[in-house]
Design a protein around this ligand. Structure first.
Ligand SMILES: *Cc1c(COP(=O)(O)O)cnc(C)c1O
Length: 220
């Protein structure tokens, strides 16, 4: 077995059965994704629409493509025909654009709402209060061509694992609250990356996004 297959096996064995693995393949060439595909991986995450579309065109059609990075509204149309899950919905305008582009291609697109849980200002996402406003007034839930499957978040980039755990716990609490009050069908909580996915799972993640632990370091 190759290194990528070994990594995938090791990580899959460490995940509870109900946790979905998204293999984050951004910045890696298609040959590398093919290796993971041959090892049985079918869900891939990418952070740039252009790269996502190019890889979709080259690789087998039974792959589920997830958009995990910040998405500009003018790029939605490129991925709307095929994307399986958009993790990074962080504004009403983006949600409305996805809804509109999904309608154009006759689809309903699964999405996650990204919450800002980290200390860093640079990370994207809603504040919980801001998101609650749009859930309460019905503007998000009224969109008929998106299906809100759950929430996504990224913890702070820090060695302080208690801090990271607290951020995941906050996100899980928001998930439970919003599911109870507004979105009873939510079933996905996407949190945890290579460095912190064990903690995320302990705090209730149902989906983890793992890149470097599978594919090695990225060359930007
Ligand atoms: C790159 C990226 C990941 C994967 O990060 P690794 O540390 O390589 O596992 C996960 N989620 C998002 C949103 C990313 O941009």
């Amino acid at each position: 077995m190759g290194k990528i297959a070994d990594n995938l096996t090791r990580i899959r064995e460490s995940l509870p059965e109900q946790v979905t693995l998204v293999a984050v393949s951004k910045f890696h060439p298609v040959e590398v994704l093919r290796e993971a595909y041959q090892a049985g991986q079918r869900i891939f995450g990418e952070s740039r629409p252009q790269e996502l579309t190019a890889k979709y065109q080259e690789l087998p059609k039974d792959i589920e493509w997830h958009m995990i990075g910040h998405l500009q509204t003018n790029k939605v149309k490129y991925i709307a025909p095929f994307v399986a899950l958009i993790h990074s919905v962080d504004s009403l305008k983006l949600a409305q654009t996805i809804d509109k582009e999904a309608a154009k291609v006759g689809r309903t697109i699964d999405v996650l709402l990204q919450l800002h849980i980290a200390q860093e200002e640079t990370k994207f996402g809603w504040d919980a209060a801001e998101l609650e406003h749009f859930l309460q007034n019905g503007e998000l839930t009224a969109l008929e061509h998106i299906r809100i499957r759950g929430l996504m978040g990224m913890a702070s980039l820090t060695d302080d694992m208690e801090q990271v755990r607290n951020e995941f716990r906050t996100l899980h609490n928001d998930f439970v609250t919003f599911r109870e009050k507004y979105l009873p069908a939510m079933d996905v909580l996407s949190m945890g990356m290579s460095g912190d996915y064990s903690l995320a799972i302990e705090e209730g993640a149902t989906m983890v996004r793992i890149g470097s632990s599978i594919f090695g370091a990225r060359e930007y």
